[in-house]
Design a protein around this ligand. Structure first.
Ligand SMILES: *[C@@H]1O[C@H](CO)[C@@H](O)[C@H](O)[C@H]1NC(C)=O
Ligand SMILES: *[C@@H]1O[C@H](CO)[C@@H](O)[C@H](O)[C@H]1NC(C)=O
Ligand SMILES: *[C@@H]1O[C@H](CO)[C@@H](O)[C@H](O)[C@H]1NC(C)=O
Length: 621
C-alpha cells in the first residue's frame, strides 16, 4: 500500500481486522464513512483518498475492497484516524463480527482479536516460564485480560524483545525491584526504544499506552516482536539448508530475494510435494481443512535416523474425520506431540486466521525444518553473505518508521524506490506522489516504471534535499548497487536524525560540530572528565563519554559500579557499550546503533548515538 500525501498521513494506523467477517467494504460505503467522519478535508481530497484506497485494495476491480488482502496502514493524521474510526465503528454490523471492542478513555473504539490475545499469552507463558524476573506476572490466564496488566511494567516486553533478537537489552538496565511510576516508565522507554531498534514500527505507541494496557496497541507491538523472533532464522545466510528449496533453473540469488513469508510457503509446499499432496498458496483458505497440515507434520516429524533422535510417528487417523473442527483438533494433537501446538486453536485453523497460522507454520519450521543442505551442485555459495551490521541497522530504522512494504532485503526491496520516497517524506522532503509509479506494475515495462521512480528519488536527493550524490544515478538504485544505495540511505538517516534536533536548536541547522560542542559542554558542566574530539575519536571505544553524558542528562541514573574503567579488554569495552546503549534507550533516546558500533567507533553510528542523546538532553523533562 502506498503512502498518502503527507497531509493525511501519521499517528495511528487503522485496523480493519474487524471487517474480516464480511470481508468487503464497497466504494459507496467508503464514501459514507468519510461523510460520516466529517473530515476536515475538501471533497476532492476525499475522492482522491477513496480513489487510492480502491486502487490499492480492490485488486479484482469489482468495486469492493477486500480487507483480507488489504490493510490500510498509513491513513493516519490522528484526528482523521479517530473520526474515521468512530464512523466505522458506528457503522452497524461491520465491527460486530470477530474481534472485541475496547472503549478507550477518549471514547474511541478500537477492536482487537481475542484469538491473538489467547495465542500470544500462551506463547509468552511458555517462552518465559523459567525466568525468575517474570514470576510476578506469569503464567497469565489467556482467557482474561491478564496480558494487558502484566505487560504494564515493561519487564515481560523487554524479555520478549531480547528473546527475539538476542542481546538487544542489557539485563542490568531493567528495573526489577520496588518499581515506582518513574522506574516503570524507564522500563517502558527501554522496551519501546529497543523494539524500534530491532525494526518494530512503534511510531504511534507511547509508554502511557503500554502502561494503560491498551489492547490493540499492546497486541500490535507484541505481534511485531514475536514475528521478528519467529522469522529470524528463515533466511538463507542463517540456514543454508534452505537452499534445498531451490527450483529448477533458479540461483541462490533468486532464493535470497524471497521474503520469510514466501520462503515458508515454499518450505511447506516442498514437503507437501514430497507427500504427494496438492500445493497451497496461502496459510489461510488453503489450510482450513487441516489436511495439508497433517501431511506437513508427517513429513517433518523426526524419523529417528540421526544420533539420539527420537522417532515420532504422526497419526493420520484424524485425516478422514468429517467435521472440520474435530479434524483440526486431531491435527493439533499431533502437532502437540512435536511440542508445536502453538498459536492456533482448531477454530483459528478452520477460520483460516492468516496471522496465527503463519506463526504456527513459522514455529514448525524453526523446530523441524527437515531440510538437507544440497551437496555437489552448481551452487555458488560465495554469494551467500549475511547482511552487514550497518545494513541491518538501516533496515531496522526504515521498518521502525513503518515503511511499506516491509524491507526484508535492503537492496532488493529498494529497487523501485518506493521505500526511499517514503523516507524522504519522513525526513520532511516533500514528495509529489503524482510523479510516482505505483504497483502493481504492468508486466511489460515494469522495470522502466521502477527506474523512473529511482530517477525521481535521485532528483529529490539533489534538490531539495541537497544530498551529496555525485556519481549516483537512478539506475544504481534500480540495480541494487550496495555502495551507492547505502550512500543515499545513510544521508536519509542522517537527515532524519539531525531533523529531530532542528526544532531544539532554535531552528539552527544541527551539524556534527554543534553536536560535539554540546556534548563537550554538557560533560564539562556536569563535572565529568570525559570529552570527545569528533565522532572518530578513538577514546569513544570505552563508552565512558557516552555513559557520562547519560549521567549528565539524567543525574544519578548511571550505576558506576557497573562501568569498567582503566585498561579495558575487548570484553570490558563490550560490556560498557552494551550498558551505555541500553541506558540511552532507558532514558528515552531512540538509539538504533549497536554496542559493537561504539566499541569499533563507527563514525556514522556514533554520530547518531550522540545526536539522539542531544535530542533527549535538550528536551527538559
Ligand atoms: C538477553 O539475551 C542474552 C543472550 O541470549 C542473555 O544472555 C541475556 O541474559 C538476556 N537478557 C535479558 C534482559 O533477557
Ligand atoms: C488462498 O489460495 C486459494 C488458491 O489456492 C484461493 O482460492 C484463496 O482465495 C486464497 N485465500 C486467501 C485468503 O488469499
Ligand atoms: C571538546 O573538548 C576537548 C577537551 O576539552 C577539546 O580538546 C576539544 O577541542 C573539544 N571539541 C570541540 C569541538 O568542542
Amino acid at each position: 500500500f502506498l503512502p498518502l500525501p503527507t497531509s493525511y498521513v501519521i499517528e495511528e494506523s487503522l485496523d480493519f481486522s474487524c471487517l474480516k467477517g464480511n470481508g468487503y467494504i464497497s466504494d459507496y460505503e467508503l464514501h459514507d464513512l468519510f461523510k460520516e467522519a466529517n473530515l476536515p478535508l475538501p471533497g476532492y481530497k476525499v475522492r482522491e483518498i477513496i480513489q487510492k484506497l480502491m486502487l490499492e485494495g480492490d485488486k479484482n476491480k469489482d468495486g469492493k475492497i477486500c480487507f483480507e488482502e488489504f490493510v490500510v496502514q498509513e491513513l493516519k493524521s490522528s484526528d482523521i484516524a479517530k473520526t474515521f474510526r468512530k464512523a466505522i465503528n458506528r457503522k452497524e454490523g461491520i465491527c460486530a463480527i470477530g474481534g472485541t471492542s475496547e472503549l478507550s478513555s477518549e471514547g474511541t473504539q478500537h477492536s482487537y482479536s481475542e484469538e491473538e490475545k489467547y495465542a500470544f499469552v500462551n506463547w509468552i507463558n511458555k517462552a518465559l516460564e523459567n525466568d525468575p524476573d517474570c514470576k510476578h506476572v506469569l503464567p497469565m490466564n489467556p482467557n482474561t485480560n491478564d496480558l494487558f496488566r502484566a505487560l504494564g511494567d515493561g519487564i515481560v516486553l523487554c524479555k520478549m524483545i531480547n528473546l527475539s533478537v538476542a542481546d538487544t537489552i542489557d539485563e542490568r538496565v531493567i528495573n526489577k525491584k520496588k518499581l515506582t511510576p518513574f522506574t516503570i516508565q524507564e522500563n517502558l522507554n527501554l522496551a519501546l526504544n529497543s523494539a524500534s531498534a530491532i525494526g518494530c514500527h512503534v511510531v504511534n505507541i507511547g509508554a502511557e499506552d503500554l502502561k494503560a494496557g491498551k489492547p490493540h496497541l499492546v497486541l500490535g507491538l507484541l505481534w511485531q516482536i514475536i514475528k521478528i523472533g519467529l522469522f529470524a532464522d528463515i533466511e538463507l545466510s542463517r540456514n543454508e539448508a534452505l537452499a534445498a528449496l531451490l527450483r529448477e533453473g533458479e540461483t541462490l540469488e533468486d532464493l535470497m530475494k524471497l521474503s520469510p513469508e514466501e520462503l515458508l510457503l515454499r518450505w511447506a509446499n516442498f514437503h507437501l510435494e514430497n507427500a504427494g499432496w496438492q500445493k497451497i498458496s496461502n496459510f489461510s483458505t488453503d489450510i482450513k481443512d487441516s489436511r495439508a497440515y497433517f501431511h506437513l507434520l508427517d513429513q517433518i516429524a523426526p524419523k529417528g535416523q540421526k544420533e539420539g533422535e527420537e522417532r515420532i510417528d504422526i497419526s493420520m487417523a484424524g485425516f478422514s474425520e468429517k467435521d472440520d473442527l474435530k479434524r483440526a483438533e486431531y491435527m493439533l494433537q499431533q502437532s502437540d506431540r512435536l511440542g508445536c501446538r502453538q498459536f492456533v486453536t482448531p477454530a483459528d485453523v478452520v477460520s483460516g486466521n492468516p496471522k496465527l497460522n503463519l506463526a504456527f507454520v513459522a514455529n514448525l519450521f524453526n523446530k523441524y525444518p527437515a531440510l538437507t543442505k544440497p551437496e555437489n551442485q552448481d551452487i555458488d555459495w560465495t554469494l551467500l553473505e549475511g547482511e552487514t551490521r550497518e545494513e541491518r541497522t538501516f533496515r531496522n530504522w526504515m521498518n521502525s518508521l513503518g515503511v511499506n512494504p516491509h524491507v526484508n532485503h535492503l537492496y532488493g526491496d529498494l529497487q523501485d524506490a518506493l521505500v526511499i520516497l517514503q523516507l524522504y517524506e519522513k525526513t520532511k522532503v516533500p514528495v509529489d506522489w503524482n510523479k510516482v509509479n505505483k504497483p502493481p506494475y504492468p508486466k511489460l515495462g515494469a522495470n522502466m516504471k521502477k527506474l523512473e521512480n529511482c530517477n525521481y528519488a535521485v532528483d529529490l536527493g539533489k534538490h531539495p534535499a541537497k544530498f551529496s550524490l555525485v556519481g549516483i544515478g537512478g539506475q544504481d538504485l534500480n540495480d541494487g548497487n550496495p555502495t551507492l544505495t547505502l550512500a543515499l540511505v545513510w544521508q536519509l538517516m542522517r537527515r532524519f536524525t539531525l531533523g529531530m534536533l532542528k526544532d531544539l536548536c532554535d531552528g539552527e541547522k544541527a551539524n556534527d560540530d554543534i553536536i560535539v560542542k554540546w556534548v563537550n559542554r554538557t560533560l564539562r558542566e556536569a563535572g565529568k572528565s570525559t570529552s570527545i574530539q569528533n565522532f572518530k575519536d578513538k577514546t569513544i571505544c570505552t563508552s565512558l563519554a557516552v555513559v557520562d553524558l547519560i549521567d549528565a542528562i539524567q543525574p544519578g541514573c548511571i550505576n558506576y559500579e557497573l562501568v569498567k574503567t582503566g585498561d579495558l579488554s575487548d570484553a570490558d569495552k563490550h560490556e560498557n557499550a552494551k550498558y551505555a546503549v541500553s541506558m540511552a534507550r532507558r532514558i528515552g533516546a531512540r538509539v538504533y546503533a549497536l554496542p559493537e558500533d561504539v566499541v569499533e567507533v563507527k563514525p556514522k553510528m556514533v554520530m547518531t548515538v550522540f545526536a539522539c542523546l542531544m535530542g533527549r538532553g535538550m528536551k527538559k523533562v
